[in-house]
Design a protein around this ligand. Structure first.
Ligand code: 13P
Length: 284
């Protein structure tokens, strides 16, 4: 059932848990996440990010994602992840997405407010929800992250209050020490940033990006402080990649590509189920 994020994030706030945002970077990642959701009966957010354009282009992925969400037995939001322009957000809405992220974190604070407010106005007319970002996320998608100071990226609570009041966003992605991609060292998260931003924004659902590769304790602490959506991709892709490697290594005779796709889908499903239960412990 295709839904926007509003109800599922409100339920998460009431129940004190987080909803997973899983990336559709290939058909296998989408099918695996849908099956995990249906097997556990847990709603989730299926997302496409411009960073995954080279693996599965948005124009191809979007209609499939909307169809998968509509056909799912559980509530599923079809969401644009890191929409880096107003135009891309509008395109996603016209293609039937129920939710978009406008990522203005590289813009000035004032321009981020102005463009996010515009996207919110249009998206809400479509009945869709909007996530925005304040503070910035370091990237280590291909090992490009050099020395950096996490504090330089943190979301500032005093900026978050005005941002939320002036834009009308439904969820806010914040920076408190997580990184997109592979962690070079054990991540050190600043849970007090979550706490302070939550207090400054009147309990608006807060979003953690770079959500794969953390310890179980980190997830529980972040959720306890107010994180209601966790974006999870890289370490799930590693888990399914390793499952495919094991399958190929143990394969006698010819390797058929469709069997690799099935193996990858099964591995995504198992990994998504594992973290869905971590994000919503009473479902475990
Ligand atoms: P990871 O790939 O680091 O888990 O991050 C996913 C994400 O934040 C997508 O927006």
């Amino acid at each position: 059932m295709l839904v926007n994020m509003k109800g599922m994030l409100a339920d998460a706030a009431k129940g004190g848990y987080a909803v997973g945002g899983f990336n559709f970077a290939s058909l296998e990642s989408g099918l695996g996440a849908i099956r995990a959701s249906e097997e556990l009966g847990i709603p989730f957010i299926l997302e496409h990010a411009p960073a995954h354009e080279e693996y599965c282009p948005f124009d191809v992925a979007a209609p499939i994602m909307v169809q998968l969400a509509k056909a799912a037995k559980t509530p599923v939001a079809a969401h644009l992840d890191h929409g880096d322009s107003v135009e891309l957000c509008l395109k996603a809405l016209k293609l039937g997405f129920s939710s978009v992220m406008f990522d203005g974190s590289a813009l000035s604070y004032e321009e981020n407010i102005e463009k996010t407010a515009f996207v919110c106005k249009v998206a809400h007319e479509f009945g869709a929800t909007v996530e925005a970002e304040l503070g910035a996320m370091p990237h280590n998608l291909k090992g490009e992250l050099k020395e950096y100071t996490p504090e330089d990226f943190y979301t500032r609570p005093e900026e978050a209050a005005r941002f939320v009041a002036e834009t009308g966003v439904d969820a806010l992605a914040i920076s408190f020490g997580t990184v997109h991609g592979v962690y070079k060292t054990t991540p050190k998260l600043s849970f007090s940033v979550i706490d302070e931003v939550r207090k400054a924004t009147g309990d608006l659902p807060l979003v953690m990006h770079g959500g794969s590769g953390l310890s179980d304790d980190d997830y529980h602490e972040a959720i306890a402080k107010g994180i209601r959506k966790i974006n999870y991709y890289t370490y799930g892709a590693i888990a399914s990649g390793e499952a495919v490697r094991k399958y190929v290594t143990g394969c006698e005779g010819k390797v058929m590509f469709h069997d690799l796709a099935v193996c990858a889908t099964n591995a995504v499903c198992e990994d998504v189920k594992r973290v869905m239960k971590l994000f919503k412990p009473e479902a475990a």
